[in-house]
Design a protein around this ligand. Structure first.
Ligand SMILES: Cc1cc2nc3c(=O)[nH]c(=O)nc-3n(C[C@H](O)[C@H](O)[C@H](O)COP(=O)(O)OP(=O)(O)OC[C@H]3O[C@@H](n4cnc5c(N)ncnc54)[C@H](O)[C@@H]3O)c2cc1C
Length: 440
């Protein structure tokens, strides 16, 4: 006790909503003080969400309920706050003699700034602030060229990434073995209702998951077939919120399937790009692409959003996104290419729409992939590579299994005719890109 207040460590959970193999939690539990796990529903983030039935908030809420339930065995509890991060720490410091705060590093621009401010605030009060690498294997400054500059092309990045991996033992942080050091029940704290945070239930159900070994072993054969439920692993959501540890997944990937390992490396590649080139969050990686003259037709954009373009594979993807918050990767590529190249809509419009809907939304992955599709990113597909929706359908959904699931009325009267002629649109885009790039 310090005065009348109990001395504790705080473990501030963010994108790491799990009690096992969690670096920050592990270090907190070994800090010598009982640990209070904390989550803050941060108004700075929540206020940007217009839809109060946001599936992501509902999911996070359920993930926290899951943690709460597991903590019962320790007679402990997670403390949930709603408001600003600073307010939450003010309350904590008022109630406890907080000695140390532990968290895992988050690399998005807002998070970096928030953490820098909180570190400063806590240090001024003589409270230690410790942050750890947890959501990735190698941080932005660990995979660099020999001259210390960042890679901007995936293949050499992935080669060095794999070389580094072969030289280390992937660490484990068995936090689950030390849960007896969780602070015993905090009677003052009740678990708030979702409505008290300003959001509603959406019907979505969170389930813990592990990747299927069968899927991983066959990944290179099945990953491009959108009709296959288990053609890809469905781990993006778990990686996004940290309900699984990336270390577990990379250990499996490195002995099971190199194609799948590469996907996990793409994730880290785009995170590294965002750290080194933060301008990508708002604009093209290749700045000369800012000169493209977009058509940006609002009605056409709306038809793309609603899945009524008359291109079945595009409509199927957008309807899957609107209904489930997810979309198969191959179809994400097709829908993105269609918006940018067939409709000549600024890729940032599509990026923002995906950001508002995707359960696995991640700034670096979403941005990197949109820039890739638009041709303006690092290591992007060249702008003249334009996906043809019909050819893509023949190749990846020849029996229309995926399409029929999401667009059952495809052959019925009332399903719209294609909203644009693909060949004409292709030429129009090539011209717009050529002109834009030549005008610099
Ligand atoms: C336009 C567009 C936007 C995208 N936006 C996001 C996003 O916001 N968040 C997101 O996690 N992924 C995004 N992706 C990448 C990819 O579509 C998803 O990661 C994948 O569909 C998730 O399904 P899965 O978990 O079954 O992946 P799997 O195919 O089983 O891959 C395993 C994991 O590797 C990572 N991964 C796979 N492909 C990519 C990729 N191209 N870039 C980065 N990481 C990858 C994911 O974490 C994924 O869970 C986007 C792709 C496109 C083309």
């Amino acid at each position: 006790m310090s005065g009348s207040k109990p001395m504790i460590s705080v473990c501030w959970l963010r994108r790491d909503l799990r009690l096992h193999d969690n670096a920050a939690l592990f270090h907190a539990l070994k800090s010598g003080f009982p640990v209070l796990p904390v989550f803050i529903f941060d108004d700075a983030i929540l206020n940007q969400l217009d839809d109060k039935a946001d599936k992501r908030v509902d999911l996070i809420y359920q993930m926290l309920e899951n943690i709460q339930q597991k903590l019962q065995a320790t007679e402990g509890s997670i403390r949930i706050f709603h408001g600003s991060v600073k307010q939450a720490f003010d309350i904590l410091i008022n109630e406890y003699a907080v000695q140390k705060v532990f968290c895992n590093r988050d690399y998005e621009p807002y998070a970096l700034q928030r953490d820098a401010e909180i570190r400063y605030f806590l240090n001024a009060k003589n409270i230690e602030f410790h942050s750890y690498k947890d959501q990735i294997i190698f941080e932005w400054n660990e995979v660099l060229k020999a001259d210390g500059t960042p890679y901007t092309v995936f293949t050499p990045f992935s080669k060095i990434w794999k070389k580094h991996l072969s030289e280390i033992q992937i660490p484990a942080y068995p936090s689950e073995k030390h849960l007896n050091n969780i602070l015993k029940s905090d009677k003052k704290a009740s678990f708030p209702k979702l409505e008290e945070i300003g959001f509603h239930k959406t019907g979505i159900q969170f389930h813990e998951a592990k990747p299927e070994i069968y899927t991983i072993e066959n990944y290179h054969l099945t990953r491009d077939i959108p009709s296959l439920e288990t053609g890809t692993t469905g781990m993006s959501l778990h990686l996004r919120f940290g309900t699984l540890s990336v270390r577990e997944l990379v250990k499996i990937a490195s002995i099971s399937n190199e194609t799948w390992l590469n996907e996990l490396i793409w994730r880290e590649f785009f995170m590294s790009i965002l750290m080194h080139f933060p301008h990508v969050a708002n604009g093209a990686f290749k700045k000369q692409y800012e000169a493209i003259e977009w058509r940006n037709n609002e009605d056409e954009f709306q038809r793309w959003c609603n899945g009524t373009t008359g291109f079945p594979i595009v409509d199927a993807g957008m309807r899957q996104l609107n209904e489930t918050g997810l979309m198969h990767n191959r179809v994400r590529m097709i829908t993105a290419s269609f918006l940018v190249k067939d409709l000549l809509v600024d890729w940032r419009w599509g990026e923002a729409y995906f950001a508002s809907k995707l359960l696995d939304y991640d700034l670096s992955a979403n941005n990197g992939n949109w820039q890739w599709a638009a041709g303006c990113g690092c290591d992007a597909a060249p702008y003249f590579r334009i996906l043809n929706p019909s050819e893509q359908t023949k190749r990846y959904d020849p029996e229309l299994k995926y399409i029929r699931r999401w667009v059952p009325e495809i052959n019925e009267f009332g399903y719209p005719a294609p909203m644009v002629d693909h060949s004409m649109a292709r030429e129009r885009t090539l011209k717009a890109f050529k002109e834009g790039l030549n005008n610099i």
